[in-house]
Design a protein around this ligand. Structure first.
Ligand SMILES: Cc1cc2nc3c(=O)[nH]c(=O)nc-3n(C[C@H](O)[C@H](O)[C@H](O)COP(=O)(O)OP(=O)(O)OC[C@H]3O[C@@H](n4cnc5c(N)ncnc54)[C@H](O)[C@@H]3O)c2cc1C
Length: 394
């Protein structure tokens, strides 16, 4: 029997081995609260208001939702989480999750912090990959202007040069240390600029090893084709394509903007189409695994199973360095730990940063968990099953 046939995502003992009883209890109540749509809707404005007027609620956030979905406020605070994950064979992707900032000093600090994650990865095998968002080092509206090919003022031109040098500094550090760095995908109206930066960096640094990875959002109807086009560019240019494959996180925003501005939405017509293209992209990448290094960023059980099966079918080693599974901290541990137990490469995003700066990320997780049909009850069901198992095994 092949290892594939033994793969089960139902083993909660493996999934939650790293979680104490009190971790499980906290997670149970957290997901119960997130399940209440109303609370998730009113939570963000109330929380922001409370923090802005100085109410002491940071402690409460830190002990609950932050503790579940984030590693800490600094890299050092993430140590416990990094160790915990690694004990179960799961790597950490330190994700400095500062969002929505608009200040040149903050952008420089973010660049330096991302380089610190790369330096940490260079001396710690439990941190195999790193990541950043271009909007962490660039003003959103500048990227938007570049995407529209609008004329930049002289000041904006200088600003853009600084952005490019920050991206270059991050990728140069990654290359010098031999550590892969992924560039997250964002809204479609800034994505052309991000794609261009990412391909330039791959051209520069992926000739011997996959260092830079771009992200492909398969909820866009044009992205399977982009993946194939970029593969072609990589083959002609003599470099390895680095690809993170995700479905995409901004669906509602994308559809709303397209409707308001009267252009065709870039999003697939339905979920099945996103699923189909996601799975086709797994097929494509496994067909070209020597030239494409890829990370499957998904909580979808079927896609994880499909990739695991493809690897076996195409005789690709479970631990081939060009293939990674990835989930977010606090979600789908049943996938991450059972895959790692079957010796596949797995790494989880561990977001960290000052609580206030991480709030948009946390609200997105809460909203996403409410929005994903079945995800909520699945997490709750698994936690309940593990709590019962522990009681019975006493
Ligand atoms: C490790 C990791 C890294 C990530 N990085 C990024 C990133 O860089 N950029 C980014 O945008 N997102 C990123 N995400 C989020 C990701 O794009 C998804 O939003 C999230 O993972 C849910 O999709 P799924 O494949 O896990 O599961 P599923 O629950 O199977 O899929 C839900 C997703 O399907 C799509 N979908 C749902 N309904 C429809 C519909 N009616 N029509 C068309 N499509 C539909 C949406 O993309 C939705 O998020 C990342 C996720 C992970 C785990």
């Amino acid at each position: 029997m092949t290892e594939k046939n033994n793969l089960s995502f139902e083993n909660t003992e493996i999934a939650f081995r790293h979680s104490s009883n009190s971790d499980l209890k906290r997670a149970y109540w957290l997901f119960k609260v997130i399940n209440v749509n109303f609370l998730v809707k009113i939570g963000p404005p109330i929380t922001n208001f409370a923090i802005n007027i100085g109410l002491p609620i940071k402690g409460l956030i830190k002990a609950t939702i932050f503790k579940h979905f984030c590693g800490g406020e600094t890299i050092a605070e993430c140590d416990k989480t990094i160790k915990n994950l690694y004990n179960g064979g799961v790597g950490t992707i330190l994700d400095y999750s500062i969002e929505g900032e608009d200040d040149e000093h903050v952008f420089d600090n973010t660049r330096d912090e991302i380089i610190r994650t790369i330096e940490r990865a260079a001396v710690d095998k439990s941190v195999p990959i790193t990541v950043f968002k271009v909007t962490g080092v660039a003003r959103f509206s500048l990227l938007e202007k570049l995407d529209e090919k609008a004329q930049l003022s002289i000041l904006e031109q200088e600003e853009w040069e600084k952005v490019q040098s920050r991206v270059l500094a991050i990728c140069t550090a990654a290359h010098a240390k031999g550590i892969p760095v992924m560039i997250d995908a964002e809204e479609s109206w800034i994505q052309k600029t991000i794609d261009m930066l990412a391909l330039d960096m791959m051209h520069l640094y992926n000739t011997e090893k996959a260092i830079v990875y771009n992200t492909y959002q398969l909820y866009r109807h044009d992205k399977l084709q982009s993946l194939k086009n970029d593969h072609e560019v990589a083959s002609t240019g003599g470099f390895i394509l680095g690809a993170k494959l995700v479905r995409g996180a901004y669906m509602e925003k994308e559809r709303k903007r397209a409707e308001e501005k009267g252009y065709q939405s870039p999003i697939q017509p339905d979920k099945q189409s996103s699923d189909r293209d996601y799975d086709l992209s797994l097929d494509y990448c496994t067909d070209h695994v020597a030239q494409i290094a890829f990370v499957a960023g998904t909580h979808n059980e079927e896609s994880c199973r499909k990739l695991a099966e493809l690897l076996d079918k195409k005789n690709i080693d479970h631990n081939n360095p060009h293939v990674y599974f990835s989930q977010l901290l606090g979600m789908s541990d049943n996938l991450s730990f059972n895959l790692a137990n079957a010796k596949y490469n797995v790494a989880k995003y561990v977001p960290y940063g000052p609580i206030k700066a991480v709030l948009p990320y946390l609200f997105r997780r809460a909203q996403e968990n409410t929005a994903i049909a079945g995800q909520m009850s699945r997490e709750l069901g698994l936690i309940t099953k593990e709590v019962k198992r522990r009681k019975l095994s006493k």
